[in-house]
Ligand binder design. Structure first.
Ligand SMILES: [Zn+2]
Length: 560
């Protein structure tokens, strides 16, 4: 890893000059990027050519001539050759540790046939020590026509390896017989509220466990060792840096937070993290914040993540009307509205940030109602309630996001992925309110974008392509799936920068390239605002800088 601040440990903090009352020492500019198309995200100055930074903060944004004048002998100057510089991308929804573990586990995401699925599991099992669990996987049964996998497919190739691999949306897992045995799940095991044990004609579990039923197996899966977690986190940070991501909002666990804290203490953080923990643990977070505060620019806490429903792909999204392909089924809630209300009420009174997953139109309406009720009861406050995914919205609910100040935190890549098959599940009429980016922006909702990695790739450039084109991955919708919901490159960039910074209460620190902001930025090989849709898809990240430090350098252009 290269560092721009190498050998410049004497460089001064910018705060010296920003409040230059007690000292006249000017900060040393540590690096400059000149000759760039700088999309600043700053409404006062949307475009510039160059940026100057001192340590981890931006000193100035201006023309190349202005910035060159401010350069000192020790300043590293990078010529961007006319390429596009943007504020570092902020991915407002990741499962960072799962993503990191996924990088090193069995790769099933692109297993396109049943045979390939089995072959990869067999090969990976051979690489594991006896008894070690095979997790992650990220399979997608839509690849082979929608038949759910069964334990019999893989039992013979995994006799000594408990397997518990998930669908790529994380809402259902396949357990093999070894895993079901370890968990004690048999035909006599009762279903779990908010979940399902899928059974065959004879009543035997097929190995598929949906939503809350997954906990039957999870409770016997051994925790990863700290060293394994550290390796996964390092892999995750390296991977997202390659995608131009400088900050993430982690929808995770207390265990995740402990791994992030270890990395911060060890000086290993290369990605800034907003670490949400489960909503059900809001009292623990309240006490933690009271004892230790909310952290700093690298790692901060204060957010809680909950769930209303499941996912569309698993038919566990809560819909107002039945699924088109399952006319008696409207999905279900994984937590009752009353439980969510109690948790949210407590968290809100404690000043914490509530973030809740809602997919179906019924889940979204119920959640908006609940947020409205809590806000009314507790009075005005800058609370920034969030709805994660906000995937299927009834038209009447779209204006409510702006009215209530609720942030729709959405993942455009899902639209071009789900768009391959969602019409089958919800029908074309309801599809109009699906991933309704345009309608939400027109209604002035504070939109934030993210990926939902591991569920989807943590690649903002693909996300921007998805939001702008809505061309489904299968090529079936060249003009866009529900094209009325397409947005501009500008809109998408804002949702990945200023919008996402706002969604973590950090808009005064990042999301914009302007004097005094954190020096987090991403250089892209072409101006996205001038690119045609195909060019958008081919765009590549060239350089990623977090806090003035180069964390990814595709061309090896920045030498120490
Ligand atoms: Zn998620």
């Amino acid at each position: 890893m290269l560092s721009l601040t190498l050998g410049l440990s004497l460089s001064l903090s910018l705060s010296c000059t920003m409040t230059a009352t007690s000292t006249t020492v000017a900060p040393t500019p540590t690096f400059a990027i000149v000759n760039a198309r700088v999309w600043t995200g700053d409404t006062k100055r949307p475009w510039a050519d160059a940026v100057l930074a001192a340590g981890d903060r931006i000193m100035a944004v201006g023309s190349s001539a202005e910035i060159r004048k401010a350069v000192r002998p020790m300043t590293r100057v990078i010529d961007a050759q006319g390429r596009m510089l943007v504020p570092g991308f902020i991915d407002s929804h990741v499962h960072f540790m799962d993503g990191g573990f996924g990088l090193t586990s069995v790769q099933l995401r692109d297993a396109r046939t049943k045979e390939e699925f089995v072959r990869r599991i067999k090969a990976h099992a051979a690489s594991l020590p006896a008894g070690a669990w095979m997790l992650q996987g990220d399979w997608d049964h839509q690849h082979w026509g929608g038949e759910l996998p069964r334990r019999e497919w893989i039992d013979s190739v995994t006799p000594n390896t408990p397997v518990f691999v998930q669908r790529l949306d994380g809402h259902m897992n396949l357990a093999n017989s070894a895993a079901l045995r370890a968990a004690g799940v048999t035909r006599d095991t009762k279903d779990v509220a908010g979940g399902e044990i899928v059974r065959d004609e004879r009543g035997e579990p097929t190995g598929i466990l949906k939503d809350n039923a997954k906990s039957l197996v999870w409770r016997v899966v051994p925790d990863p060792l700290p060293a394994q977690e550290d390796a996964a986190l390092d892999a995750a940070m390296k991977y997202v840096a390659e995608q131009g991501v400088t900050s993430v909002h982690n929808m995770g666990t207390w265990g995740n937070l402990a791994a992030f804290e270890r990395a911060e203490r060890g000086g290993r953080l290369r990605t800034r993290i907003y670490a949400a923990v489960p909503l059900s643990s809001w009292e623990r977070l309240r006490d933690t914040v009271a004892a230790r505060g909310r952290g700093g620019e690298w790692l901060h806490i204060g957010a809680l993540k909950g769930f209303v429903d499941g996912s569309l792909g698993s038919h566990t999204a809560a819909m107002l009307a039945p699924f088109t392909d399952a006319p008696t089924d409207t999905g279900f809630f994984v937590n009752t509205p009353e439980t969510l209300y109690q948790w949210t009420k407590g968290a809100d009174a404690a000043g914490l940030h509530v973030i809740i997953h809602a997919i179906g139109d019924r889940a979204n309406r119920t959640l908006l109602d609940m947020y409205e009720r809590v806000a009314k009861e507790d009075g005005a406050r800058d609370r920034r309630f969030r709805i994660e995914h906000a995937q299927h919205l009834d038209a009447r609910d779209i204006p409510r996001f702006a009215t209530l100040g609720v942030i729709p935190s959405m993942q455009p890549y899902h639209a071009i992925d789900d768009g391959r098959w969602a019409d089958k599940v919800i029908g074309p009429e309801r599809a109009k309110g699906t991933y309704a980016f345009r309608s939400l922006l027109d209604a002035r909702a504070p939109l934030a974008f993210g990926s939902d990695w591991f569920v989807a790739p943590p690649t903002p450039l693909e996300g921007i392509y998805a939001a702008v084109t809505r061309r489904t991955l299968d090529g079936a919708h060249p003009d866009g799936w529900v094209p009325a919901q397409r947005v501009t490159v500008d809109d998408a960039l804002r949702a990945y920068t200023t919008g996402a910074a706002y969604a973590e209460f950090m808009e005064k620190e990042k999301g914009v390239l302007a004097r005094g902001m954190l020096a987090d930025m991403t250089l892209i090989d072409r101006d996205l605002t001038r690119a045609k849709p195909d060019d958008l898809r081919d765009a590549r990240v060239v350089l990623t800088i977090v806090g003035g430090r180069v964390v990814y350098d595709r061309e090896g252009a920045v030498r120490p």
